[in-house]
Design a protein around this ligand. Structure first.
Ligand code: DAH
Length: 348
């Protein structure tokens, strides 16, 4: 076969393959196959050595022309492919910058945090200041000064967590505070009177069921002044209930017993679901909010306050419970509040 024929066949085969190329990868495969070092083109060139000078020059020129033509064809294919890339973008994937943007999902504060802020604000407007007292506490402040001595049975109600730490000779064992009343004597010990404080904090009890989580929050109000009485207590709660739950909610005080208050009360708020009629949510129209009372004179003395000159009211209860008693909220199992399930969280 003449070298011309060989070259022609080679070029035809190249053209046929090139026509089918539709992307840069196959183009490179074709380039290597026809123009690479191991290409059949090299075999054709090898025949040149058997020719005389005249033939070799002509065949060499013909071979060069074919090679240059193939190189040019590959370059123009390359340019074509590049153009297609942008053509494609210009039709299907072009960004229309006039379209409205995506709205990214927005989070919100946890219902406990919102309740804490609301409670804090309501009492701040009445002149209370938010304070914080330790979560890791001594038995002394959480129990002893509140008239719950070491062997007092009332202590059992608090299901306390004890810290594995040396016992302090005056303050006793170290604990996770089971209530925010631990701050009352600490606050009085600071020696500045009168007092109007809110201690809002994490509290801990060894309990876990539909209405208890081991870590929860309480808020404790403390008002120490001359002539503080139960009427102030009642006024405060009436104000609080209407601000927090809504203007049509009512409160009532029920006599109760706490070691550190005398008299002691439990405060109920009228049910938001049945408006006092009685329903599945409430007991005969009322929901239990929390405890309150006038601090016992011994507690005042423990804080260095003279009970003949000053009286004090205190109240404290759970934030989670209070938050879940807002109208329209009915949480079957309080533990879901801390399971971090977005389906629950985004509802509140
Ligand atoms: N500390 C009590 C508890 O955790 C609640 C309580 C009752 C707080 C009466 C008070 C109070 O300040 O006066 O159950």
């Amino acid at each position: 076969m003449s070298i011309d024929t060989q070259l022609k066949q080679f070029k035809d085969a190249f053209n046929a393959e090139l026509a089918n190329v539709s992307n840069a990868e196959t183009l490179e495969v074709v380039r290597v196959k026809y123009l690479g070092r191991k290409s059949a083109f090299q075999d054709i060139l090898r025949n040149l050595k058997d020719m005389n000078d005249e033939e070799r020059r002509e065949a060499g020129q013909a071979a060069n022309a074919v090679k240059e033509a193939m190189q040019a064809a590959i370059e123009s294919k390359e340019a074509e492919l590049e153009r297609c890339r942008y053509d494609h973008l210009a039709t299907d994937e072009r960004v229309d910058i006039s379209l409205p943007g995506f709205a990214w999902p927005k989070g919100h504060l946890h219902m406990t945090t919102r309740a804490i802020r609301d409670i804090q604000r309501i009492f701040e407007r009445l002149g209370f200041t938010r304070v914080r007292y330790p979560e890791v506490e001594w038995e002394h402040y959480a129990f002893d000064v509140l008239r719950m001595g070491t062997n007092h049975p009332a202590r059992d109600n608090w299901e306390t967590y004890f810290i594995d730490a040396p016992v302090h000779e005056k303050f006793g064992r170290m604990i996770l505070t089971p209530h925010t009343t631990n701050g009352d004597v600490r606050e009085m010990e600071r020696g500045e009177l009168p007092i109007r404080t809110m201690n809002i904090n994490k509290t801990y009890r060894r309990q876990s069921d539909v209405s208890h989580v081991p870590m929860f929050h309480q808020f404790e109000g403390l008002l120490v002044d001359r002539d503080v009485s139960v009427t102030h207590l009642k006024g405060l709660f009436e104000h609080f209930a209407k601000e927090f739950f809504g203007p049509d909610r009512e409160i009532r005080l029920r006599p109760h017993h706490f070691r550190f208050t005398e008299p002691s009360f439990e405060i109920d708020v009228s049910c938001g679901l049945c408006a006092g009629e009685g329903c599945r949510m409430c007991k005969q129209g009322w929901l239990e909010l929390g405890g309150a009372g006038m601090l016992h004179p011994d507690v005042l003395r423990a804080g260095g306050v003279d009970p003949d000159e000053y009286t004090a009211l205190a109240f404290g209860w759970g934030v989670e419970r209070t938050a879940s008693m807002r109208s329209g909220i009915n949480i079957a199992d309080i533990r879901v509040m801390y399971k971090n399930d977005i389906r629950f969280l985004e509802q509140f």
